[in-house]
Design a binder for this molecule. Structure first.
Ligand SMILES: [Zn+2]
Ligand SMILES: [Zn+2]
Length: 127
């Protein structure tokens, strides 16, 4: 499998797993789903770095020790389940004027933001 095909597999797997996996988690999924791809963990790390550096995916820092990756580069917020550590997206139109309100209140000019809410997901509440 050539390099660009490997990158495609990594990107597609990330896009299909919308819970914002870490590199390690993504590697496990690829190994299970496409063992024939022969993609090693180092290749996963390297490609995620390139994809994030070129803006094709987003890096989410500060969730846990490892970086999580997000194929969704549009504006959105994150909900993190404290039990299973999955990360869910919530569209930013749920509070469209939050940034404007904060700017008005604080005189801060916001350049970028990363809104994270912590809780317990539906699946974990049922277990
Ligand atoms: Zn959960
Ligand atoms: Zn996201």
């Amino acid at each position: 499998m050539n390099y660009s095909r490997q990158r495609e597999v990594i990107f597609d797997t990330l896009a299909r797993n919308a819970v914002h996996p870490t590199a390690e988690k993504l590697y496990e999924i690829i190994k299970k789903e496409q063992p024939e791809s022969n993609i090693g963990i180092a290749t996963v790390y390297r490609n995620l770095k390139t994809l994030a550096d070129t803006g094709k995916i987003k890096r989410i820092n500060g969730l846990e020790d490892s970086e999580h990756f997000d194929h969704n580069t549009h504006n959105h917020y994150h909900l993190i389940c404290e039990k299973c550590k999955r990360v869910f997206d919530i569209d930013s139109d749920i509070a469209p004027d939050i940034l404007k309100k904060i700017e008005e209140k604080t005189d801060f000019r916001i350049i970028s933001h990363d809104i994270v809410l912590h809780g317990i997901c539906k699946d974990c509440q049922q277990n």
